[in-house]
Design a protein around this ligand. Structure first.
Ligand code: FPP
Length: 261
């Protein structure tokens, strides 16, 4: 069943040429955008398709959006591909997403290289199929010298699990005497998160209409602007990305302070 699903193209993808970048201030492009790609299952249902076809379509949308983001000068996209809670889904759906990831990491690697995309991951490797984990290592290695946009895929990721992971790692450093308790600050904490080396997202986009954070980047989104749309992820287009950025550029970011007028 999976092979038939994988072989059929789902639908034509919108082109990045559709973007109306005239409406944007190119000096205020967000550096890092986090995306909760929700609504794949509902998109599939609305089309009379099986849920997994929605994930396949969603993976194609991600490719289009990464290319569009790169053209806009965005430096990094962190996309929520599989959460620590997604293991609760039917085993066939979990299997499909893992298979999709595995295929994606093989089929797209050449295109990532050609487009200078650097691939990174965040999340726990525990419980992932070996083949997926190996392909993740391969994708990191193949693209580590790419200097274009960073595609950071959150796989087996949960914000609470990430914070616990950081706390354990810091506790170990204190226990073995390499870190003083007094020296633990935000920067030390961030160095122990999976997102080490990436700036916090300026903007978080959630598709699919729900108004939740869903355990995504709990530490990192402290001051991120949030933009949501009822549109299901497979229908998200470069033009909608531009709209999200246009709205973001109108927001006043105060980071808890006051704007001097
Ligand atoms: C949410 O839609 C989406 C996910 C749980 C998985 C996201 C996965 C992909 C976009 C495809 C895999 C990614 C790559 C990079 C190969 P949902 O199933 O929760 O949708 P629903 O809310 O309509 O049920």
């Amino acid at each position: 069943m999976f092979n038939t699903l994988f072989s059929k193209p789902v639908r034509p993808m919108p082109s990045v040429v559709e973007m109306d970048i005239q409406s944007l201030d190119m000096d205020k492009i967000p550096q890092h955008i986090a995306i909760i790609m929700d609504g794949n299952g509902r998109w599939a249902k609305a089309q009379g398709k099986v849920r997994t076809q929605g994930h396949k379509a969603g993976a194609e949308t991600l490719k289009t959006i990464v290319k569009a983001a790169d053209k806009l000068g965005i430096k990094a996209i962190t996309a929520y591909a599989f959460s620590t809670e997604n293991w609760k889904r039917p085993v066939t759906e979990v299997h499909f997403i893992m298979e999709l990831l595995s295929r994606y990491l093989t089929s797209e690697i050449q295109e990532f290289r050609e487009n200078n995309v650097q691939v990174r991951f965040m999340g726990s490797r525990e419980g992932l199929p070996d083949i997926v984990s190996r392909k993740m290592d391969h994708a990191i290695k193949e693209t580590e010298n790419d200097t274009g946009i960073i595609l950071n895929l959150a796989i087996n990721y949960g914000g609470q699990a990430e914070i616990l992971h950081a706390v354990r790692s810091i506790a170990r450093q204190v226990a073995d005497g390499t870190l003083n308790v007094e020296d633990i600050d935000a920067s030390v904490f961030e160095d122990n998160l999976y997102s080490k080396g990436l700036p916090s997202p300026d903007l978080m986009i959630r598709t699919g209409g729900d108004l939740r954070v869903s355990n995504f980047l709990l530490w990192q989104i402290a001051y991120s602007e949030i933009w949501t749309t009822p549109v299901f992820w497979p229908d998200f287009t470069p033009a909608m990305l531009v709209e999200a950025i246009r709205v973001y550029q109108k927001r006043e970011r105060r980071f808890g302070g006051l704007i001097q007028k």
